[in-house]
Design a protein around this ligand. Structure first.
Ligand code: PMP
Length: 296
């Protein structure tokens, strides 16, 4: 994947500049300690023009992540959203992935940042990911205890855990890792939340030991619209086994059906699952098609 070329423009602390001319300080606290906060946002080409899906929710979470980690956030979020739209325009991007990153200036001490910067970059992304069903494995790595790092914050350092889990899963031939929390309850995938379907209802882990994502919230909103009961509770490996179907959701993942988790193979067919209905509804929502029920 090539994220930029010689023409790519990035946004850095209020200025638009060429990615190839930008640099960062090698003594930065973020580089050394993973002390940074970031977002992953999608832009879609819709019939109403290019739209950043839930831009305000993402920049709100970026600010909240910084607050939870004592990283200053001295920016106006409306200005950041406007700058992100301009960034897409300058790079002629329509279907895109957007990555804002708040990073800390040089400081080798383990104390408060000496200063902060904000970078926003974006790259092209497929219009909508396909219908490939994922093969998951339950990871030997656990999600970190929220008493050691705030799990509701999207902090760079937390993603070492995600990288370790994904790499181990990929080496074993799986697409994704499913991680448990420190009590052995189902938490989330390395970069997405999980929903299970059982007897016509959806179940998803309660917040607390997970990053309860913006897509997860959107799925709950769609459940309200579509009159699907959705329950938040602690889920066990036994619940995974008993489920009729399951799916992951996240900004990048969108809604992705799960074929299997280790030796648990889901039936019935994905097209008969609630996840499939949610997948179609989500696609209509991000593409701003008014009627959720429209068959696509
Ligand atoms: N959990 C983790 C660990 C993630 O990295 C993500 C992706 N941001 C999610 C869940 C899903 O969050 P969202 O729907 O806000 O993208």
């Amino acid at each position: 994947m090539k994220y930029y070329n010689s023409n790519t423009i990035i946004y850095l602390d209020g200025a638009f500049e060429k990615a190839v001319n930008s640099s960062t300080d090698l003594y930065g606290q973020s580089l050394h300690y993973g002390y940074a906060a970031f977002e992953g946002i999608r832009a879609y080409k819709t019939h109403n023009g290019n739209r950043i899906f839930k831009a305000a929710a993402h920049f709100d979470r970026l600010e909240r992540s910084c607050q939870l980690a004592n990283i200053p956030f001295p920016w106006d979020k409306q200005e950041l959203i406007a700058a992100t739209y301009k960034l897409l325009q300058l790079n002629k991007l329509k279907d895109a992935y957007i990555r804002p990153l708040v990073f800390c200036h040089p400081n080798m001490k383990l104390n408060e940042p000496s200063g902060v910067s904000i970078l926003i970059c974006a790259w092209e992304w497929d219009a909508y990911s396909g219908n490939k069903l994922l093969k998951l494995t339950v990871s030997d790595y656990e999600r970190p205890n929220p008493k050691s790092v705030p799990m509701e914050a999207k902090l760079s350092g937390n993603y070492v855990n995600s990288i370790l889990a994904t790499t181990a899963a990929n080496i074993k031939g799986y697409d994704e890792a499913l991680l448990l929390d420190m009590h052995g309850f189902v938490a989330e995938a390395s970069g997405a939340n999980i929903f299970l379907e059982k007897d016509g209802k959806l179940y998803t882990p309660s917040p607390g030991n997970i990053l309860s994502g913006i897509t997860r919230a959107t799925v709950k909103e769609l459940c309200n619209v579509l009159d699907i009961e959705c329950v938040e509770k602690k889920l066990t490996i036994e619940d995974l086994k008993k489920a009729d179907s399951a799916f992951l959701c996240g900004t990048a993942t969108e809604i992705a059906g799960i074929a299997s988790i280790d030796d648990i193979v889901y039936r019935p067919l994905w097209r008969e699952s609630i996840g499939y209905t949610i997948q179609r509804a989500y696609k209509n929502l991000v593409l701003e098609k008014v009627n959720y029920e429209v068959i696509i």
